[in-house]
Write a protein that binds this ligand. Structure first.
Ligand SMILES: NC(=O)C1=CN([C@@H]2O[C@H](COP(=O)(O)OP(=O)(O)OC[C@H]3O[C@@H](n4cnc5c(N)ncnc54)[C@H](OP(=O)(O)O)[C@@H]3O)[C@@H](O)[C@H]2O)C=CC1
Ligand SMILES: O=C(CO)[C@H](O)[C@H](O)COP(=O)(O)O
Length: 463
């Protein structure tokens, strides 16, 4: 990521880029491979600082955690007040808040900036989500705008908010990425097992979907992955890839943060847990003999079933994004960040992994009603959910009857039904809590808190 970001910066008019890697041979290799970049190589932090024009700007692209702390500490030693350190890695936002405070105390600016787009995006133009101070943004804005992806003429970068706001938004971006990928994987599994089509045939289905409302980078690359044949065996590559999904932590952070904020991001949580479940080979082996439907019945009308899956995918995707934006709204309120949700949708339209046509609809929804309480209730999305809900239900029923796990589809539908329910069984939970712990409850017909004397005469006391 760092090498490609440096090449991107160097390719812009008027830029000269100094580079430093803890392994000097990697710095030398990059300089040798890309003479056109005109890099100024440094072998240590002092040399790196000396090579930069004031105010200096450094972009750090290393692993989150100790590596990031070590790099920032080394830069603070050689930088001066007014200089800017940008952490472009996937840092955990509380770390960014801590680092921003500590670095600011030295007079140096610190900016946590989420960067998405993978290696290709870093080179050609990523989506960038910077936090940090207004002062740092004044210097950094033109630099980041020059290297960011462009969507409909607008650079995919905005000053998200102060201190950790940028990394918070990048974290949620990745949480949504997890949900989007899991939903696509469930759609693939349902079509494969429900119709018997081959991966290459399903690639055609995804390619077709990519021409409609589902158009997105993740749908596009899904078709590419499914079409790939393994050179060694001649079978579809997807059939020889070990079915244990990795995770570097941003999905888990999104869920942990949502739990702390009390925001139900159930689709993102299911997607994160689905990766954990896949990566438990001993447990999967032990459970393999547990009973379930013998064989998956093939869909009688394949085309209709595939269309149902498409609609279920779109509806579940709306829920995942709605949950993610709800978490950003809650995080902004908690941390005092002024985050423009419509601007976030706009900077995700290009450059990042979740880039999609669909983000224009999200930007429009927030432009129409900036205080929108929940994205999925905006007219466009409410109408899309209403249109797709019957297919969505059929797919979840079909998956359940067939024994095909579709946790993200099912939980998204349960979230939708939970929110629209006139009454929820939460009333019973309140009664249970009051029974065993005297936690009290509120009533629908009177203000105040109440407790029933469960172990006594069962009379009710107003507290
Ligand atoms: N890969 C991706 O698609 C994306 C990655 N990111 C984030 O960008 C960051 C970099 O990721 P990526 O480029 O993929 O990772 P790589 O593993 O390719 O590169 C990591 C870099 O960090 C350096 N490094 C590791 N430990 C230390 C340390 N203790 N002190 C100083 N430098 C260290 C490595 O040096 P050396 O070469 O000597 O090992 C290397 O230059 C991560 O935070 C990642 O989460 C963000 C968006 C997308
Ligand atoms: O930030 C990214 C894209 O936006 C990275 O690709 C991310 O590291 C992928 O996460 P994971 O390895 O957990 O799937």
């Amino acid at each position: 990521m760092g090498a490609n970001l440096a090449r991107n910066l160097a390719s812009r008019e008027g830029n000269t880029v100094a580079i430093l890697n803890r392994s000097p041979q990697r710095t030398e290799a990059l300089v040798a491979e890309h003479p056109e970049a005109g890099f100024v190589p440094a072998v240590d932090y002092a040399g790196f600082a000396a090579a930069l024009r004031r105010p200096r700007t450094a972009i750090v692209m290393v692993q989150a955690g100790a590596a990031t702390d070590a790099t920032i500490d080394a830069l603070v030693e050689v930088f001066e007040p007014g200089d800017i350190i940008v952490d472009g890695g996937n840092a955990y936002f509380p770390d960014t808040i801590r680092r921003e405070r500590a670095v600011r105390a030295t007079g140096i600016n610190f900016v946590g900036a989420g960067i998405s787009g993978g290696e290709e995006g870093a080179l050609r133009g990523p989506s960038i989500m910077p936090g940090g101070s207004d002062e740092a943004w004044r210097t950094l804005g033109p630099i980041l705008r020059s290297i960011a992806a462009v969507a409909e003429g607008e650079p995919c970068v905005t000053h998200v908010g102060h201190d950790g706001a940028g990394h918070f938004v990048k974290m949620v971006h990745n949480g949504i990425e997890y949900a989007d990928m899991q939903l696509i994987a469930e759609a693939y599994d349902l079509i494969r097992r429900g119709t018997g089509r081959s991966p290459a045939e399903i690639a055609d289905v995804f390619a077709e979907w990519n021409r409609g409302e589902l158009e997105s980078y993740l749908i596009e690359i899904t078709a590419e992955v499914l079409r790939q044949t393994d050179a060694a065996t001649g079978v579809p590559l997807v059939d020889v890839i070990l079915d244990q999904a990795g995770a570097k932590g941003t999905g888990a952070w999104t869920v942990q943060t949502a739990l702390a904020l009390g925001v139900p991001v159930s689709g993102i949580a299911e997607a994160t847990f689905a990766r954990s479940l896949s990566s438990r080979p001993e447990q999967r082996a032990a459970a393999a003999s547990l009973p379930g439907p013998e064989a998956t019945p093939l869909a009688a009308d394949e085309a209709a079933f595939i269309e149902d899956v498409r609609q279920a995918l779109y509806a579940s995707k709306i829920v995942a994004y709605s949950q993610g934006f709800d978490e950003i709204r809650a995080g902004a309120a908690e941390h005092g960040w002024s985050i423009d949700l419509g601007a976030i949708a706009k900077i995700w339209r290009a450059g990042c992994i979740i880039r999609a046509q669909f983000l224009n609809r999200i930007a429009e929804a927030y432009a129409g009603e900036p205080g929108l309480p929940l994205l999925m209730t905006a007219p466009y999305f409410a109408e899309a959910l209403a249109r797709g809900q019957e297919a969505w239900r059929r797919v979840v029923v079909r998956a359940t009857e067939s024994g095909i796990p579709a946790p993200a589809f099912a939980s998204s539908l349960a979230y939708y039904d939970g929110l629209r329910a006139e009454r929820l069984p939460a009333a019973l939970i309140q009664g249970q809590r009051d029974f065993f712990g005297a936690h009290s409850y509120r009533r629908v017909d009177r203000p105040g808190a109440f407790h029933t004397q469960w172990s006594g005469d069962r009379s009710e006391t107003a507290l």
